[in-house]
Every structure is written in C-alpha cells, then in structure tokens.
Design a protein around this ligand. Structure first.
Ligand code: ZN
Length: 70
C-alpha cells in the first residue's frame, strides 16, 4: 500500500492526500477528484487523479501516522 500524493500548487511540494492505495489499484480507478487540506500553505486544494501519484513506502518518504486526512 502507498499514499496518494499531490503537488501543492502554492509551494510545489508533495503533500499526502490521506488516501491509501497501491499503484495497480490507483491506475484502475475511474477518474476522480479530491480535496486535501494542505499542511504547507494551510489551504484546501482541489485535485484530479491524473495530477496525483502513489508514493509507496519502498520508494517514497511517506511516514505513517503524520495525521493528514482528506
Ligand atoms: Zn498547498
């Protein structure tokens, strides 16, 4: 499992959306969008799945328990 990440449009930094999935499942999802509270600029960002990616623990820097939820 990994964490769906988006890029903050204000700071350009990756932020976790709080949605956990794996790359295969994410790729099979129909187009969707979400709203995520951004810890960098303290605002809500709207995003589309095509702008998001899955940051899996083996390759990413996501740490569980950071407390961010969509
Ligand atoms: Zn932001």
């Amino acid at each position: 499992m990994g964490m769906v990440m988006i890029k903050c449009p204000q700071t350009g930094r990756a932020i976790p959306t709080g949605i956990e999935t794996d790359r295969e499942s994410f790729r099979r999802l129909p187009v969707f969008f979400g709203h995520t509270r951004c810890p960098n600029c303290n605002a809500n960002h709207d995003w589309f799945a095509r702008e998001a990616w899955v940051d899996e623990p083996s390759v990413g820097r996501w740490r569980r328990g950071a407390g961010f939820r969509a």
